[in-house]
Write a protein that binds this ligand. Structure first.
Ligand code: 5GP
Ligand code: ZN
Length: 134
């Protein structure tokens, strides 16, 4: 595999599961530390890093380390992993001082849902007053 060490290549193919190849996934590259990102949180299952084009004063992306293309690809086996992502959101809310003020956790899904990166991610946004549904 040109440009990618074989170890990383095999790890990422395994990570793809039934979702197909993840070689071209920008978030898999961040998780593998092949692309730089401002990492806010990491454990064995989940990583959170700042959005490169923030749409709010605080804008962090929470991603499962295992490649899942979108909400539309979820299976029952993913339930715990997705729950972990929400627990990271709660943790970010606490560590960043928004537990009481509040924050938004949102997911774009599919072309009409505004999804651009096809690796499931939760947008954690905070620091701006906004109305319902905005
Ligand atoms: P989506 O529209 O798929 O829900 O959101 C994708 C998000 O990923 C966008 O907010 C975009 O700014 C962010 N993003 C895209 N490429 C990169 C990248 O290379 N690094 C980081 N940190 N964020 C990215
Ligand atoms: Zn990925």
């Amino acid at each position: 595999m040109r440009g990618i060490s074989s170890g990383v290549y095999y790890r990422r193919i395994i990570a793809a599961g039934s979702g197909g190849s993840v070689i071209d996934c920008v978030f898999c590259r961040i998780i593998a530390r092949q692309t730089a990102a401002d990492i806010e949180y990491e454990d064995a299952h989940v990583m959170a890093f700042k959005d490169i084009y923030p749409k709010a004063p605080v804008h962090v992306l929470i991603v499962p380390k295992r490649h899942i293309a979108s909400i539309a690809e979820l299976t029952d086996d993913d339930a715990e992993l997705i729950g972990r992502c929400f627990l990271v959101a709660r943790r970010l809310g606490e560590t960043k001082g928004f537990a009481d003020k509040g924050y938004r956790v949102s997911v774009n899904t599919g072309p009409e849902g505004g999804q651009v990166v096809y690796h499931v991610h939760f947008h954690f946004t905070a620091g701006r007053q906004r109305g319902h549904g905005a």
